[in-house]
Design a protein around this ligand. Structure first.
Ligand code: S3P
Length: 169
């Protein structure tokens, strides 16, 4: 399957490796690296915990959708999204239209070990174990729309990137 220049969009739960894999892919393909969370922080002028605390989740989701739409106007990018961008159907449609969507997944235990206790992720505040399990359950089918799905639980970043590229070109 040849997909010259098409954006590669990484979706998946927090802690599945989207940002680290995106960095490596961008390097290997010579594409621009876009971290959607970082773009949101730039646009808001405040951190993600601050946005959630001061403006609430709906405001964050609106901003996230806006920034996604803007980013998707270019191509040749590796885009690491935030875990919740898939919650809005319009975002899923846009991603499928403007890119090649790869879902990363991992077991709850691996996610917890990767995100740590204080991850700067408002949705994981409190008992991280319990929060990760609950959110995984809530989003059980949310990432199924992707073109390709890879379980990163036992794979190195290099291996994940290799598997993605094997399908991309
Ligand atoms: C979120 C994931 C985070 C960030 C925000 C909400 C989510 O991004 O966008 O804290 O709803 O899953 P990462 O998936 O990069 O941690």
């Amino acid at each position: 399957m040849r997909q010259h220049g098409k954006n590669i969009i990484l979706v998946g739960m927090m802690g599945t490796g989207k940002s680290t894999v995106a960095r490596l892919l961008a390097e290997q393909l010579g594409y621009s690296l876009v971290d959607l969370d970082a773009a949101i922080v730039d646009s808001a002028g405040s951190s993600i915990p601050e946005i959630f605390a001061e403006k609430g989740e709906t405001y964050f989701r609106d901003l996230e959708s806006e920034v996604l739409e803007k980013v998707l106007q270019s191509d040749r990018q590796i885009i690491a999204t935030g875990g919740g961008v898939v919650l809005r159907p319009a975002n899923r449609e846009r991603m499928l239209e403007q890119g090649w969507v790869v879902a990363l997944q991992a077991s709850a235990d691996v996610i917890v070990s990767r995100v740590g206790q204080d991850s700067g992720r408002p949705l994981l505040a409190g008992d991280v174990n319990e929060r990760v399990k609950r959110i995984l359950e809530e989003r059980k089918d949310a990432y199924d729309f992707a073109h390709l799905t890879i379980d990163t639980s036992t794979l190195s970043v290099e291996k994940v990137a290799q598997q993605i590229l094997a399908h991309y070109r």
